[in-house]
Structures are given as structure tokens and as C-alpha cells.
Ligand binder design. Structure first.
Ligand code: MLT
Length: 264
């Protein structure tokens, strides 16, 4: 069932299914809660699953002109407050992982664990910031073309044919995202701080899901970061790029649930 919680006079939409301990799913960029439909079908048998449309994505409207990771984390908190949920595991895909880290920093007492699915605690490099500035200019003129190009780079080379229908679905989600939503997220990601300190000595477990063939985040860099975190564990998907929940769906489902069990 789709529900909403009010945050800054704006409805934040989410689904709430299953029973028991709670896993909160945070989508990446340019996605929506729809990306989790397959994963939810399995995980809701064992857990309560909240999947949120972050501000500017899916059905949730934009809030102002920059969606910082902190603002998105506050939107997540508003959802949890509306449900009286105190302790959750957060699983964030890429940008969703940046939001999960911002949440853990602000609300450590509510964080039982974090799964960083193709995500990093590092801030943008100078090159990445310049790329985002360029992307913002492109999106102002033609967001549909930009979205299509971004999504093509998310899959591991060679996986395009196998996941044709999933690629189409992601493109449709991306194309439904407003240019303002895309720009607000790009602005927010560009100014996010380094949050390595949130997970280096965390008192909650951290789980890295890494795609060996990820073209957005280098697998070796992520492995190195994970080795510096005292409570980190890692799952490497040999045949995945940036979209393990599609390219390595079954393994991601099993490993995420195993991780969540360990956190509670
Ligand atoms: C994502 O998948 O959410 C994006 O690749 C994140 C980013 O652009 O840093």
C-alpha cells in the first residue's frame, strides 16, 4: 500500500509491507521506490519493508532547489516518525547510500545497520563535481536524453541484452523524473561531505555490496574503504556493474536479509 508522511509541508511517499524488524530501502539516482519491487517480494516475507520515494523522485515532489543528503535523511526520518519506528536497517543504492550515511550521522540511535549498495562514504572528486555541473546544464535543456545515457552506464558491459526489459523499466522511471528533481539531487550530491568517519568505528554493522564491473564506483576503491571500517562486511558481485539488485538479484536478496538478521 502506498502511504505518505508530511515533511516540510510536502508529502513523502512510501510503501510499507511485511511484518517484523524493519529494512528501509533508499533508491539511487535517477530512480524511485519502483526499483525495489522484485526485492520486496522476497524480503517482505521475513521483514517489514519501507521503500521511500526520496524528494524529487517518484511521487514525492521537490522541496526547494537543492536536495542535500541531510534534507533527504530528514525526509526519511519523517517517514519513520509517522510510523513510530525507532530502530531500522537502511539499505541504500548509490545516492540512497549517501542518504543512509547522512541519516546514520544525524540519527545514530535509530540506525541498526547500513547496507551500502554500490555506494561510497567518499565525497565527489573535483572531476566528478565538474561532471555534475555540466550535467546540470544539459538537464536544463534535455533531461530525457541525459537520463537515457546515464542508465546505459549503470549495467556491466555485456549485461545490456540480458537485462533489456529492466533497462527499459529504469529508463521509464528516469524519464518520469522532473528536470528539477534531477538538478536538485545533482546539486545535493555535489556538496555532500565525506562521511567515512560515520562508518570507520560505527557501533552498527556496515555491509558493502560491490559490483566488480561497476563503471560508476571502482570496486577496488570500495574494497579499500571497507577494509578501514571495523564492522564492515563485503559481498562482491563478479558479474554486476552498478545495479546488483538487478544484475545479481538473488544473491543481493539473500545477502541483504542475512545482513539485516545480523543487525537486529
Ligand atoms: C546513483 O546511482 O545513485 C548515482 O550514480 C550516484 C552518483 O551519481 O554519485
Amino acid at each position: 500500500m502506498i502511504k505518505s508522511a508530511l515533511f516540510k509541508q510536502t508529502p513523502v511517499y512510501f510503501t510499507d509491507t511485511g511484518k517484523g524488524r524493519t529494512i528501509v530501502l533508499l533508491h539511487g539516482f535517477p530512480e524511485s521506490k519502483e526499483i525495489w519491487s522484485e526485492l520486496i517480494k522476497e524480503c517482505e516475507k521475513k521483514f517489514r519493508i519501507i521503500a521511500i520515494d526520496l524528494p524529487g523522485f517518484g511521487a514525492t515532489p521537490c522541496i526547494g532547489y537543492v536536495h542535500t543528503m541531510e534534507l533527504m535523511a530528514d525526509a526519511v526520518k519523517a517517514v519513520l516518525k509517522s510510523l513510530h519506528l525507532r530502530k531500522v536497517v537502511l539499505a541504500g543504492h548509490s545516492m540512497g547510500g549517501y542518504v543512509a550515511l547522512a541519516f546514520a550521522e544525524k540519527f545514530a540511535e535509530h540506525t541498526k545497520g547500513i547496507c551500502l549498495m554500490h555506494s561510497t562514504p567518499k565525497q565527489d572528486t573535483a572531476q566528478k563535481k565538474a561532471d555534475r555541473k555540466r550535467a546540470i546544464e544539459i538537464v536544463k535543456h534535455n533531461s530525457v536524453h541525459y537520463i537515457s545515457e546515464v542508465i546505459d552506464t549503470l549495467f556491466a558491459p555485456g549485461n545490456e541484452k540480458r537485462f533489456k526489459s529492466e533497462i527499459e523499466k529504469l529508463k521509464a522511471i528516469g524519464k518520469n523524473t522532473s528536470a528539477q528533481g534531477i538538478i536538485n539531487a545533482l546539486e545535493g550530491m555535489m556538496i555532500r561531505p565525506d562521511r567515512t568517519n560515520v562508518i570507520v568505528n560505527s557501533n552498527f554493522p556496515v555491509f558493502f555490496i560491490i559490483g566488480r564491473k561497476d563503471r560508476i564506483l571502482n570496486a577496488d576503491d570500495l574494497l579499500k574503504i571497507s577494509r578501514g571500517c571495523s564492522r564492515a562486511s563485503v559481498c562482491i558481485l563478479e558479474n554486476a556493474g552498478h545495479l546488483g539488485f538487478v544484475e545479481g538479484k538473488q544473491e543481493v536478496i539473500v545477502r541483504l536479509m542475512r545482513f539485516a538478521r545480523r543487525c537486529f
